[in-house]
Design a binder for this molecule. Structure first.
Ligand SMILES: [Zn+2]
Length: 428
């Protein structure tokens, strides 16, 4: 089986940026051809990608697929279908399923299921502690053997600093990163939105920025103590960005991500107790939003991940302070992030680093566009203007604050192992 992708700009930052056709053969990238090359076989499938940009497969390293245990919110199948539609060739799944992915049986289940589906690849993260309860370390070695690429108790912090220290020492030996959900639950104190004038206006209990930055500072210290790789999830505050910036200058072994909602919305967008604007960490102030963008621009923030967190109406159609935290993101992440390019904050190459190359580095995946590599590719249509409509989502859940938003740019085609797993037809 051979496929020729014609007419696009091929952009793999640090490697190539050319207008060439790509020949895919037997699931692999065979070669780049000049557009007028006459040596092409006749019995070949041609994908017309004029005006598009072919980039290394996008990777979302922070998604909740909910299976096993909460299949009414999302299954591995609907999750990877949503991922493929969003342009992602791989995702890293968080372990807070039921049961928790804290042992190799759950890890194998997730990997086997994703192999059966053959769509977007799933690289599971395992739990740091048993049941993500924060006390005893999980069976990290066994899970590593089974295929985990990171550990995290995401959804919760590891409150005990000594447990975190041991996890970092242990994972350093296994050469896997520890993903940190940075939150001090004491000071977060069951708040439901950002602490500030908006929370006061709506009469909701606030979560101060310090709830995040206290833990960021602690885990920078623990990374310095152990040399272990800390990756901070969903950074949302100016204090966290600054602490990470300074630590990186000292050469501390840390990386971090933010999510599109933190550079797109603020706590002033939280209105009328609409629970689709409730996530953890919460939407912050305008000052924080700008600090997150600055962090992306200067390289303090390594990458963009969606923190795709599907919930059904059962969890969301309730009082604001009772509602579950989290929004879906796989099908909006690329379009929202392309706005950073349109607004001149990032170059297209830099965005591709944040959504494909840097995530690959952290998960130790090679998604370079070069001869002999597996053809995991995303074709971006930079000019597609459309309105986000959650009713069209392939995800089982529709909890997004972005339904009705106009955006420009989307995934035109997603290819995994040389196979087209998504191709855009039209918007509804
Ligand atoms: Zn989290």
């Amino acid at each position: 089986m051979q496929i020729l992708i014609k007419g696009a700009r091929v952009l793999d930052p640090g490697n190539i940026d050319v207008n060439k056709d790509i020949l895919i053969k037997d699931h692999l990238i065979e070669t780049l051809l000049d557009p007028d090359d006459k040596s092409i076989p006749i019995d070949i499938e041609i994908i017309d990608a004029r005006g598009m940009i072919i980039v290394p497969g996008l990777i979302d390293i922070h998604v909740h697929l909910r299976e096993p245990g909460a299949e009414y919110k999302e299954t591995i199948e609907t999750g990877v279908m949503a991922a493929a539609r969003g342009g992602f060739t791989a995702v890293c799944s968080m372990p807070n399923t039921h049961p928790v992915n804290d042992n190799s049986q759950v890890t194998r289940f997730i990997i086997n299921r994703s192999h059966e589906l053959g769509l977007t690849k799933v690289y599971p993260a395992g739990a740091i502690t048993q049941g993500s309860m924060g006390t005893a370390l999980a069976e990290i070695y066994d899970m590593k053997q089974a295929g985990i690429v990171a550990v995290t108790d995401d959804g919760k912090p590891v409150e005990n600093s000594n447990v975190m220290r041991r996890a970092l020492e242990y994972c350093k030996g296994l050469n896997i990163p520890v993903f940190v959900h940075a939150e001090d639950p004491g000071i977060a104190d069951e708040g439901s939105m950002n602490e500030g004038p908006s929370a006061t206006f709506w009469g909701l209990k606030g979560i101060p920025n310090a709830a995040e930055s206290i833990m960021v500072v602690r885990d920078i210290a623990l990374s310095e103590l152990t040399g272990g790789h800390v990756h901070f999830c969903h950074i949302s505050t100016k204090e966290s960005v600054e602490a990470i910036r300074q630590a990186k200058k000292r050469g501390v072994n840390i990386t971090c991500e933010t999510a599109p909602h933190y550079f797109t919305l603020t706590d002033e967008d939280v209105k009328d107790y609409n629970t689709n604007f409730k996530m953890n960490p919460p939407l912050r102030s305008e000052e924080d939003r700008l600090a997150v963008i600055q962090g992306l621009c200067d390289g303090t923030i390594d990458l963009i991940a969606s923190d795709h967190a599907p919930h059904s109406v059962i969890e969301k159609d309730v009082e604001f302070d009772q509602a579950a935290f989290g929004i879906v993101g796989l099908e909006t992440s690329l379009s929202l992030s392309l706005k950073l390019v349109q607004d001149g904050f990032l170059t297209m190459a830099s965005l591709v680093n944040k959504m494909a190359k840097n995530p690959a580095k952290i998960l130790k995946i090679n998604n370079d566009i070069k001869h002999g590599n597996v053809a995991d590719l995303t074709i971006i249509d930079p000019d597609d203007t459309y309105m986000i409509n959650s009713e069209t989502f392939l995800s089982k859940s529709k909890n997004t604050p972005f339904s009705g938003h106009m955006v420009t740019g989307s995934a035109f085609l997603t290819m995994v192992n040389g196979r087209v797993v998504y191709q855009r037809s039209q918007h509804f």
